[in-house]
Design a protein around this ligand. Structure first.
Ligand code: DGY
Length: 324
């Protein structure tokens, strides 16, 4: 008998069709009424869940008596209560690697967008303000040759650092728990303490996973350590930054600007950030290209399929639960 897969966020028709080869697939449909009610009704029969962007832990999964695997269509897995998954023996998979380059592209787009004020000046141009040659009020600042500080030199951090080093002749600084000697050699990257990096870098780029150790890593004290000419770029997770303190730092000129793809609460609505021309705000689109989202979907399906058919999946986050 086929096992049952339940989607906990929107999945494409193509994804559903791929899964239907091996499984009964249930995709809650807003046209059929309340999505949460449909999810809860189907949950007791589900052997596998697939999706992204939803908190899953004891409160949500208590009724999921047959659940074996949750396949997240994301690299980050801070939405899942891993302790609870481990207690229940539920395997969790994610989608690393396939989004590294696209997410690094977006990180660099935020660096460029902040430095050259692209969104702000686009709005200014369309509002009809361009009536003479631009002057200092519209000037930005250079990116090439500046210091790029990477907080979390993992795969995505290294991909951003490569763009900075080889595309823009930037000096790369990094901070983290482990020394990365291969990347130091490849990129000329220099290890700093977080405080040193904050004080030195022109662009501070946050690329760390969210954990107890990184929650509110950047608060009032850290923002004050940054140069008034520096920019904070966050493509990690919103809660890595104390958002109220960031708003204050942007209002007071403690730092020059911020490029943000992630927020304490998403979707971002009615935020003081909307009133700040020196905040470039994007709607969590780090991996959101057609090619990358398709690759992530396929990777998540492969993981789910492999695990439900009894083989160890490629991207197992909690190997301790695997009894293979
Ligand atoms: C990821 O894959 O973790 C992206 O940030 C989407 O959540």
């Amino acid at each position: 008998m086929k096992k049952t897969v339940l989607a906990f966020s929107r999945i494409t028709q193509a994804m559903a069709e791929r899964l239907q080869h091996d499984f009964n697939v249930i995709v809650p449909n807003p046209k059929l009424g309340d999505i949460a009610a449909q999810f809860n009704e189907a949950l007791p029969e589900a052997h596998g869940l697939i999706g992204v962007g939803r908190k899953l832990g004891r409160a949500q999964l208590e009724g999921a008596g047959k659940l074996e695997v949750v396949s997240s269509v994301s690299v980050g897995y801070d939405n899942y209560d891993l302790d609870y998954f481990n207690e229940r023996g539920i395997a969790l998979t994610n989608t690393p690697d396939v989004l590294t380059e696209s997410t690094a592209d977006l990180g660099f787009a935020l660096i460029m967008g902040c430095a050259r004020r692209t969104a702000e000046l686009d709005a200014w141009t369309k509002a009809g303000h361009w009536q003479a040659t631009v002057g200092p009020a519209q000037f930005g600042c250079d990116v090439h040759g500046k210091k790029l500080g990477i907080v979390g030199l993992g795969n995505i951090g290294a991909a951003i650092a490569r763009r900075g080093r080889f595309g823009f002749n930037m000096q790369v600084l990094y901070t983290g728990n482990n020394r990365k000697t291969a990347l130091e050699q490849e990129l000329g990257a220099q290890l700093r303490s977080l405080d040193e990096l904050l004080a030195e870098a022109d662009f501070v780029c946050l690329v760390v996973p969210l954990s107890d150790a990184t929650r509110k890593l950047i608060g009032a004290r850290e923002l004050k350590l940054m140069k008034p000419s520096a920019f904070l770029i966050n493509i990690a997770r919103g809660p890595v930054v104390d958002e109220a303190e960031l708003v204050e730092a942007l209002q007071n000129g403690t730092i020059r600007g911020a490029g943000l793809d992630v927020y304490e609460k998403e979707p971002l609505a009615d935020s003081p950030l909307f009133k700040l021309p020196n905040a470039l705000t994007l709607p969590h689109i780090g991996s959101a290209t057609a090619e990358t989202r398709e690759a992530m979907a396929n990777r998540a399906i492969d993981n789910l399929r492999t695990a439900l058919l009894g083989e160890r999946p490629q991207d197992l986050v909690n190997p301790q639960v695997w009894k293979g």
